[in-house]
Write a protein that binds this ligand. Structure first.
Ligand code: BES
Ligand code: MG
Ligand code: ZN
Length: 489
């Protein structure tokens, strides 16, 4: 499907379906009014018949008589134009694309108020993302379930070709993240995740290093924390390190670290049915976003050096499994009493963060489906954010805002580290139930010295049970766009 920007006037547009953005309770004016006249009042009739008020997230549509230059008319409500955010454009475009997906060609006409580049980008993202359906694991897909859209024309956005292309590159990263998360744990293993990273490296010319178990044992004091988690799996751990280096001198050097549990059974603190074990293939959502961002960044080529790190493994059970009470030693020498084997993400991230900091980067961002507690606190649509550096937190908030992805900063409440004190080791891996996502962040902080660092708990938003906004349920590809925006700032 191809998206183009066109200078064609609303009155001259020809195709299958035309979608118009309608302001709340506004009179039809300008070209829309002229089009209404040309269509013998079809637009005002539709508005009256359906009592359509133009409220946000509402839409109506109708078929037109044979002699008009298009066959279907869609009206989407935009609310008050003054309140319209970039993300509203993204969601309106997504809603339109879903309504027109059985049609061959679509023209979209939205009133453009604000930054044309950002709006074009958001609209393009909304269209592509909302039409994506992951059918890789179905033996048969009925024709009528697939999108039939061949062309989408953005009216009034002529000249914005670069913004469309940029959005499409970011979308390629978001869709990779979705496909990685959707893939079941028998398909997407640490081995195949490493192979995916290899193919990104090959296709786009990134440097890649996969540290095998022996190399992980030899890194500094040994990645005992990460390898403790990996112990019960029959599949070897793969510590993935992709590097993007710009042609000239880099203005900044940063690292992104994604939790990459291709499956989290809980380990000996086994998860029970109904506890979410059924969807724990998504526990590499942070790593998937990391690889998705790598794919986009490799194509966008900013003047920033970026290290993408995924300590991939599974959290399984076997006679070799780490036991509750075991003490692990991370590569920075810190010892951890594992009082809960299901708090495994932080154990893998501990060594990944030490590794990231050893690269002498100026900032580290980790993303992890880390705690159910973060979902309890913020629900499914909002990710948690913690940082030791307010500048970095603000940069990420700005990037997220432009991406239409929601993050909420929570406190790094040092006092709560009390809950992680161990009688026998430097710390335990879990504290009390209360403030569970905060103690998880405080645990991670033990593995960062003084590099500006942010931790993003994405446990809620990487997965959706139902279609909504720009996705159709399942993996959402959350955080890729925020990461890319951040790297580009
Ligand atoms: N992967 C889970 C967190 C999670 C839960 C992600 C639900 C997505 C949806 C993580 O490894 C985990 O099991 N966390 C435990 C921590 C607890 C043992 C302190 C949790 O949240 O229950
Ligand atoms: Mg767990
Ligand atoms: Zn987990």
């Amino acid at each position: 499907m191809q998206i183009t920007a066109t200078a064609t006037s609303l009155l001259d547009w020809q195709g299958t379906t035309l979608a118009l953005g309608i302001e709340e309770k506004a009179e039809l004016t300008g070209e829309i009014k002229q089009l209404d006249e040309k269509l013998s009042g079809a637009i005002s009739e539709l508005i009256a018949d359906e009592k359509f008020e133009g409220k946000p997230a509402t839409s109506v549509s109708t078929r037109l008589s044979g002699n008009s230059s298009f066959r279907k008319l869609i009206l989407v409500g935009l609310g008050k134009l003054a309140d319209l955010s970039t993300d509203d454009y993204r969601n309106s475009a997504a809603a339109i694309a879903k309504l027109a997906k059985k049609d061959a060609s679509l023209g979209i006409n939205l009133p453009i108020e604000g930054d044309k580049v950002a709006i074009t980008q958001a609209i393009t993202e909304g269209i592509h993302l909302s039409l994506h359906q992951d059918n890789r694991f179905k033996s048969e897909v009925k024709e009528d379930q697939k999108s039939q859209l061949e062309t989408v024309e953005l009216l009034g956005l002529a000249g914005q070709e670069a913004a469309i292309a940029k959005a499409e590159t970011i979308v390629s990263g978001v869709l990779l993240a979705r496909e990685l998360v959707n893939a079941p744990a028998n398909e997407l293993t640490p081995i195949t995740m490493a192979e995916t990273a290899q193919s990104i490296a090959q296709e786009y010319g990134l440097e890649i290093k996969i540290l095998e178990q022996a190399e992980c044992e030899n890194f500094k004091q040994g990645m005992g924390s990460y390898l403790g988690v990996a112990r019960a799996s029959d599949i070897p751990p793969k510590f993935i390190h992709l590097t993007y280096k710009p042609q000239g001198t880099a203005k900044r050097k940063i690292a992104i670290v994604g939790k990459s549990l291709t499956f989290d059974s809980g380990g000996l603190n086994l998860k029970t049915g109904g506890s979410g074990i059924e969807t724990m293939k998504m526990d590499m959502g942070g790593g998937a976003a990391t690889l998705g961002a790598a794919k986009a960044i490799a194509q966008l080529k900013p003047d920033v050096e970026v290290h993408f790190i995924c300590a991939a493994t599974e959290n399984m059970i076997s006679g070799k499994a780490m036991r509750p009470g075991d003490i692990l030693k991370a590569s920075n020498g810190k010892t951890i009493e594992v009082n809960n084997t299901d708090a495994e993400g932080r154990l893998t991230l501990a060594d990944a963060l030490v590794y990231a900091e050893s690269l002498e980067v100026e900032a580290i961002v980790d993303l992890a489906t880390l705690t159910g507690a973060c979902i309890v606190a913020l629900g499914n649509d909002i990710a948690g954010m913690w940082s030791n550096n307010e500048n970095l937190a603000q940069e990420l908030k700005n990037a997220a805002q432009a991406a239409g992805e929601k993050f909420w900063q929570l406190p790094m409440e040092e006092k709560y580290f009390e809950g992680l004190k161990s009688q026998i080791a430097d710390m335990k891996n879990t504290g009390p139930r209360a403030g569970g996502s905060i103690t998880a962040a405080l645990f991670l902080k033990q593995f960062i010295n003084d590099t500006p660092w942010a931790h993003l708990d994405v446990a809620g938003p990487v997965w959706a049970d139902k279609p909504d906004g720009t996705h159709n349920g399942g993996a959402t590809g959350f955080a890729v766009t925020t990461l890319v925006n951040w790297i580009l700032t």
